[in-house]
Ligand binder design. Sequence first.
Ligand SMILES: [Zn+2]
Length: 204
Amino acid sequence: MKKTLKITIVFLIVILLFQSRIYGRNNPYNIAQGGNTYYQTVINTKELAIPIFEKMRSYLYYNLGGISVSYPYVLDLVTPEYLDQMAPATYKGMEVGLYTFEKNYHHIYIINNLAVDQFLGTAAHEYAHAWQTENCPLNQNIVLKEGFADWVAYKVLQMDGAINASQNIFYRSDPVYGKGFKIILSIEDRGGIQAVLDYVKTTP
Ligand SMILES: [Zn+2]
């Protein structure tokens, strides 16, 4: 009995050492390049992506009016080239995320190697589109659609303390995302989160 216990302990230590070597080799936060070690924080595996995605979902559910979806969702990390193949012509080379609804599944595609904050904002933006599919008029104006999705990303980034990333959304001035975001923000200023949700649920 004693002997078995000793063997078990040795075995566990070996596994731990082995695990830490694997971790060290694949650790995305510490990548050696050209003889230098530099630090980066990027999302390039499902293992890194899923906890951040789930954190985003709980922010929405508990702090943003109970936003959640009923249909199942699939999250995929893809290359920028793959995303370009699926993106509308106008957005080629610009998109970092994409949402589609196929065969009763929400599909969320996010390009790999995004910084953590950018991943969090993109995940929130695309998940907002999934929520719209279930709750908003299908023919909804693109300005409202993208403005709301950016507002959701903005709120999540603020909740997470990612102020710089949230400010990037705040200062967008393009005629779709930027304009739509400002419309939604002014509705929130007047009536709060619930007023925003009521508005996007009923306005085409
Ligand atoms: Zn969008």
